[in-house]
Write a protein that binds this ligand. Structure first.
Ligand SMILES: [Zn+2]
Length: 445
């Protein structure tokens, strides 16, 4: 947009609009090559303005307003920001490559804010008087064209998210905080603590919206080494993607120290804010071994594959018998070996998704960490009907759901203690006797 479009931009910036120069236009085109369709759809207009942002409205190079005009990306055209002069390559501008790279990274961060606002056009507003449920308000959909709104609808349906994207994000993050696998937002963290706290960068640790934007920007901009529009070197020194660096150090599995980050990167991938390829480049060898096939897969404590339950595989959302809480139930059938013989067995995992105070329609798929215990709301039972003494209930353990969409749910279970309730007296099973489990359920639901 240029000066002729002044009436279409936020009032405060109308007199500051600058008609973009050739390199400023190239910068925006260059940034767009890093964007997914949804990220790109979040930004309806790009406007260069010769003014600093309002306080708390983003980085000095660019910003997206958070309360109105949420589909517009403003870029700072003042000197020493992203003015045309700053972007022109030449002998007098030794760091032009770094300026471009930093500008692209910043603008991807801001675009992520716009795309989250776009996703939030799909918020299903509920009853705010019920404490457990969010009372998020939907973003005004009139700010985007129909094609952009359709992308948001598809993403939020695939994820089954009815609250705002950042509310679901925060719920996910807090599930890791609750078990010590992430740190709360707003703490001062040393550089070496950031990835383990669940964040990509220090700034990402300030609040959920910035956490989302920092992961998107760092995953997409992590390997900017040159440009198509200009010939310039990028030499910015230290890498900013601390989270991807921590994931790169993982050789297999999803260790606790990176579980929060891993799950967040996959949520951004599942939403369509980063591509499959970029997500995979960041997560490296970290991942859950689901044998490339649907089922409940059993491994030994040392990681050797032992068997798969793949009959009657189902994942359902529902309500408990008492009608008081929403539950996720994952079930499968297979066989277990008991004293050298195979016996039919069933697997049933039940996770609590909160009080049944609103419509089941408003409940998302489970994501993040759930704690298993004998008397609590989350339960895992492995039953061997014709050898009841082998049946066991998990007493202590954790379920990690790394990805949950209408197409696929994937995760793993680590148990540390279980009981055989049908022996007299009931006999505990300890960690060394218990399998490690991974699961994957495919199919539209
Ligand atoms: Zn931001």
């Amino acid at each position: 947009m240029g000066t002729a479009d002044a009436d279409k931009v936020i009032r405060d910036h109308r007199t500051h609009i600058v008609n973009p120069g050739a390199f400023q236009r190239s910068l925006v085109r260059e940034m767009a090559t890093y964007m997914t369709p949804l990220l790109c759809a979040g930004v309806r207009d790009v406007i260069f303005v010769a003014t600093e942002p309002d306080r708390d409205e983003g980085a000095v190079l660019g910003w997206v307003h958070s309360k109105e005009y949420q589909s517009q990306l403003y870029i700072n055209s003042l000197p020493n920001r992203a003015s045309e002069a700053d972007l022109v390559p030449g002998p007098g501008n030794r760091f032009v490559g770094n300026i471009w790279a930093t500008a692209i990274e910043t603008l991807l961060h801001e675009s992520a804010h716009a795309a989250v606002h776009l996703l939030n056009t799909r918020v299903v507003e509920g009853d705010c008087t019920l404490g457990f449920w969010s009372c998020d308000k939907a973003t005004d959909a009139a700010q985007w064209p129909a094609a952009a709104l359709a992308l948001a609808r598809d993403a939020m349906e695939r994820l089954r998210i009815r609250a705002s994207f950042q509310t679901e994000w925060n719920r996910l993050h807090q599930s890791f905080v609750a078990v010590g696998l992430a740190r709360p937002y707003g703490l001062e963290l040393a550089a070496e603590e950031i990835a383990g706290a669940g964040f990509m960068t220090a700034y990402g640790g300030t609040k959920p919206m910035e956490d989302i934007a920092e992961i998107v920007a760092q995953v997409l901009a992590r390997d900017i080494t040159g440009f198509t529009a200009i010939d310039a070197e990028v030499n910015r020194g230290e890498r900013g993607d601390l989270g991807c660096m921590a994931l790169a150090a993982v050789t297999n599995g999803v260790p606790g120290g990176v579980a929060a980050l891993y799950t967040k990167v996959l949520l951004l991938r599942d939403a369509g804010l980063i591509s499959q390829e970029d997500a995979a480049a960041c997560t490296g060898n970290a991942g859950i071994d689901t044998r490339g096939t649907p089922g409940v897969h059993f491994f030994t404590q040392t990681g050797e594959y032992s068997r798969t339950f793949s009959d009657g595989l189902s994942a359902k959302l529902g309500i408990n018998d008492a009608g008081t809480s929403f539950k996720f139930r994952l079930a499968a059938e297979g066989a277990l070996e008991v004293r050298g013989e195979e016996h039919p067995a069933t697997f049933a995992l039940i996770l609590d998704l909160g009080p049944a105070e609103q419509e089941l329609e408003r409940v998302s798929w489970p994501r993040g960490i759930y704690t298993l215990d004998l008397l609590g709301e989350n339960r895992l039972v492995i039953t061997v009907p014709d050898e009841a003494s082998v049946t066991y209930h998990v007493d202590e353990g954790m379920v990690l759901i790394t990805s949950a969409t209408s197409e696929r749910i994937e995760g793993s279970i680590v148990m540390t203690r279980a009981w055989r309730p049908h022996t007299t007296p009931p006999v505990p099973k300890v960690a060394s006797e218990l399998p490690r489990i991974t699961f994957r359920i495919d199919g539209s639901r």
